[in-house]
Design a protein around this ligand. Structure first.
Ligand code: SF4
Ligand code: SF4
Length: 186
């Protein structure tokens, strides 16, 4: 008989590689929300998000933007008294919503993440000028000019590469990375 995998189980599986305790061990102390530097910008704070996952409120969790605002500072992870890796949980939720293609259309984060990963798979290195294309055209004219001006200055000072760099033994790296990132061929 087929077993239905619950949402909290799916998220637990996503977190498996990262380690940390399961969300069901959360005691709702609020340390994660209290310590998070961007929780004021989140529509649902980390503490409540964890309770929603544990309760299996998949649609509500998928509809939040909180994990896209996570700055990956890991303060919540190091301070959680129950050893839950909340920062990795935020990454897991990003991956999950990209995988399911279920995220608010106006978010820059998903396109930025996909461009970043494809860039890494293609060359083994991040290349900022290509990354910028994932959000550049969402900016207003004034911001676009400021970005272009800032990028030009960085290039002139040698802080931004003009051409993309490639790592050595790129084919080996590609084979390895494609085993863990299901993005298909470029
Ligand atoms: S810090 Fe840990 S135990 Fe406390 S609410 Fe956050 S996840 Fe739960
Ligand atoms: S890792 Fe993310 S959720 Fe955790 S404290 Fe930092 S910004 Fe907040």
């Amino acid at each position: 008989m087929a077993t239905t995998v619950t949402f909290s189980r799916e998220i637990a599986n996503l977190l498996h590689a990262a380690g940390g305790e399961p969300v069901s061990s959360c005691m709702q102390c609020g340390t994660c929300s209290g310590t998070c530097p961007v929780s004021d910008f989140m529509d649902v704070r980390p503490q409540r998000l964890i309770r929603m996952i544990d309760a299996g409120l998949k649609d509500q969790v998928m509809a939040t933007r909180s994990f896209w605002y996570c700055a990956s500072c890991y303060q919540c992870t190091v301070r959680c008294p129950r050893g839950i890796d909340i920062a990795e949980l935020m990454y897991g939720l990003k991956r999950y919503t990209i995988w399911k293609k279920q995220y608010p259309e106006d978010l820059i984060g998903p396109a930025f993440s996909e461009t970043f990963v494809k860039n890494i798979v293609r060359t083994g290195r991040s290349y900022e000028p290509v990354l910028a294309t994932s959000y550049f055209f969402t900016l207003g004219l004034k911001e676009m000019l400021q970005e272009a001006q800032g990028a030009t200055m960085l290039m002139l000072k040698g802080r931004l590469p003009v051409l993309p760099a490639r790592i050595k033994r790129l084919e080996n790296f590609k084979r390895m990375i494609k085993r863990i990132i299901p993005i298909g061929d470029e």
